[in-house]
Design a protein around this ligand. Sequence first.
Ligand code: ZN
Length: 180
Amino acid sequence: MPSVLQQLSAGRQITSMRIALECSTTATSIRQGPAVQAGTDPAWFAYLCPAHTEDLPGWPGAAGAIGGDSRLGCGVVLDYRPTEQVLQSHADLWLTPLTGVDPQTLKHFWYDVLDQSNRVVLARLEEDGGEDGPLQSLSMMLGMAVQNASEGNLFQSLVPLAYCETVSQELLPRPGLAPQ
Ligand SMILES: [Zn+2]
């Protein structure tokens, strides 16, 4: 019997697996994004536990019960959108709020967006004295994303960016998130 995940994916390739919030509870509900195009499958699925079902304002969509055993943790997001749309989502949700670098002013040339963001983070790290912490982890992974982009591989850059997104949660205020 196919797993819930296989049924939902229906043979589609996941573009990126993201952790939109860190929670150790198993998800019981699933929220889905709008269709990628009219009449197609949802752009993303977000897995949430009872305490967080109404959280994640950055991921608006209808929530429903998971019809089976998903075994996925709360906060996992399976993103099926094209690479450039996932990059835009990273910019909207944390990269631009954190660094002030706006893709629109750089004509969505993603190497420049990532490179400039990385410079902002490096400068901030230097101000902080380069101490171990979330900013250092973020800087390291953002550097990898810049490297991937410089090689023309934006799809690959989504892997370190997903890690950056998780780490950024320690650096950005998260209004309206229920305490665990
Ligand atoms: Zn949760």
